[in-house]
Design a protein around this ligand. Structure first.
Ligand SMILES: *[C@@H]1O[C@H](CO)[C@@H](O)[C@H](O)[C@H]1NC(C)=O
Ligand SMILES: *[C@@H]1O[C@H](CO)[C@@H](O)[C@H](O)[C@H]1NC(C)=O
Ligand SMILES: *[C@@H]1O[C@H](CO)[C@@H](O)[C@H](O)[C@H]1NC(C)=O
Length: 477
């Protein structure tokens, strides 16, 4: 191999490795056999309805009967009375996709017949019973360039082992002489038609439905979530797994996330229809996006603090005696901001973070100029309670004891400790409730339209949160 070729190969390999590394999902969705069974129930109902609208073309032909001669026949106005799919199941085909097997389906049709033998003509009606219909449908799942799921029938076969026609009318006996030929034509016609309808139903119903999965969802004025598929869904022996990017982004300026998701392996639970795995990456990109969007800044003014507490230099001169002399009876404000996005971790005990918050105090002069007074740096252990409500991950935070240090002062030194109860009040009565208000609205889970979740399970594992749920589909109308 030439040096140049080697260099190209190395670059390609490096690119591949980089790609492999980048495709760890931030969020995974697992659909268990129970979930597939549930989806299958609804799918079969749709297919039954579609098959019920099956239209068969007229058929005609010639037939030669001993001692009678050439018989010209026509079958027209074929009308399907019903198509029933009483037995079916869906199964996982590892590394391939899904297979739907329908057995002992049956249909009833009627129609008109017409025959012509020399100059004799007659017509009548007939009933057709189709039994022992076996249909096998292979569904292939994929993802497109937008990261939306795709699906298609990769194979379909229909086998009808029993067709019975009963012709009535004066010359019905004639038909009954060659019914075998007519039956086999009708059977072939039906066999192809059924698979065409299956393919059409998948394209027209299933595919558009799957594409209602919001792969990029704007979730509020500041951020969105990228739920695009990072790979085609994979079928294993027990579940269908869908790897999603699972990344929050700032709507104003989406930037590359400076960390990447760790591998996420859901435990082999299967009691619920669906499981979601939200990696710590998912939550950390949330913090990163909100921080980038400037949403982690709070102004604390007298207007937002509990009544009776005055945020002014008179109040603070109890802790900082020199303040009253420098800015007599002057209103104060505090600006809380996170110098960097808080980083949270998830372990079996739950979700926790130790955010660092800068608190800059200002005196607001009569000309409304803000003069910086001092800067505190706060930290504390924050824990979160997580739940699922209306298809959203909701949460609430709780903060333990807050530690703080004086980072900088323009008003000389003072005993910082004395500010403890004020700092506690700011954190627990102002900041946490405001964050919780937002967290209580929650963040949407990646769900296609008209899905409701119930029987919610919340479990923490190393580096990810696992949610389990059963689903209910609300048909339109
Ligand atoms: C906070 O107050 C500063 C002025 O002190 C202002 O520039 C900023 O927009 C305010 N931020 C918020 C989030 O209200
Ligand atoms: C400042 O706070 C004190 C109580 O600490 C209060 O009596 C005073 O009215 C406040 N001043 C202003 C301008 O709000
Ligand atoms: C947070 O918790 C850890 C251990 O759980 C402890 O070492 C640390 O001091 C705590 N931090 C604060 C600010 O309380």
């Amino acid at each position: 191999m030439g040096v140049q070729k080697l260099a190209v190969a190395c670059r390609v390999l490096a690119l591949c490795l980089a790609t492999i590394e980048a495709t760890n999902p931030g969020f995974v969705v697992r659909i268990t056999q129970a979930g597939l069974d549930y989806a299958h129930q609804h799918g079969i109902k749709v297919l039954e309805k579609e098959l019920g609208q099956l239209k068969l073309q007229d058929i005609s032909g010639d037939f030669r009967i001993l001692r009678v001669g050439k018989v010209r026949y026509e079958i027209s106005r074929l009308h399907l009375r019903s198509f029933q799919l009483p037995h079916s199941y869906i199964s996982l085909v590892p590394n391939v996709g899904l297979q739907v097997s329908i057995s002992n389906a049956f249909a009833e049709l009627d129609g008109n017949w017409r025959v012509k033998v020399y100059f004799i003509q007659d017509h009548g009606s007939f009933d057709l019973k189709v039994e022992n219909v076996y249909i096998k449908i292979d569904l292939q799942l994929g993802s497109d360039t937008l990261g939306k799921p795709t699906t298609d029938t990769s194979a379909c076969s229909t086998r009808i082992s029993k067709v019975r026609v009963h012709f009535s009318g004066k010359l019905g006996w004639l038909y009954n002489l060659f019914h075998g030929a007519v039956e086999s034509r009708l059977r072939k016609l039906l066999e192809t038609q059924v698979c065409e309808i299956v393919a059409k139903a998948v394209r027209r119903e299933l595919q558009p439905y799957l594409r209602t999965l919001p792969v990029t969802a704007k979730i509020d004025a500041k951020t969105g979530i990228d739920y695009s598929l990072v790979a085609p869904p994979t079928a294993t022996a027990r579940s269908l797994d869908v790897d999603l990017k699972g990344e929050f982004f700032s709507l104003a300026h989406r930037s590359a996330v400076p960390f990447s998701p760790l591998p996420l392996a859901l435990p082999p639970d299967h009691n619920h229809m669906v499981y979601f795995g939200a990696s710590s990456y998912f939550f950390n990109t949330a913090a990163f996006a909100y921080h980038a969007a400037g949403a982690l800044v709070f102004n604390v003014t007298e207007a937002v603090i509990p009544k009776g507490v005055h945020l002014n230099t008179t109040t603070f001169s109890a802790f900082i005696p020199q303040l009253e002399g420098m800015y007599p009876n002057t209103p104060m404000t505090f600006r809380l901001s996170a110098p960097s996005a808080p980083f949270l971790s998830i372990g079996p005990q739950g979700l926790s973070l130790q955010p660092v918050v800068d608190v800059q105090a200002y005196a607001v002069l009569p000309c409304s100029e803000s003069v910086p007074l001092f800067l505190l740096s706060l930290t504390g252990n924050v824990s979160a309670v997580i739940d699922v409500r209306s298809g959203h991950i909701v949460g609430s935070l709780d903060v333990g004891r807050i530690k703080f240090t004086l980072k900088q002062s323009n008003v000389g030194s003072f005993k910082v400790r004395q500010l403890q109860s004020l700092v506690n009040t700011i954190a627990s009565a102002i900041v946490i409730p405001r964050l919780n208000e937002r967290l209580n609205e929650g963040f949407p889970l990646p769900l296609p339209e008209r899905i409701q979740l119930s029987k919610i399970l919340v479990r923490f594992h190393q580096n990810f949160l696992m949610l389990g749920a059963d689903v209910r589909y609300q048909p339109r109308g």
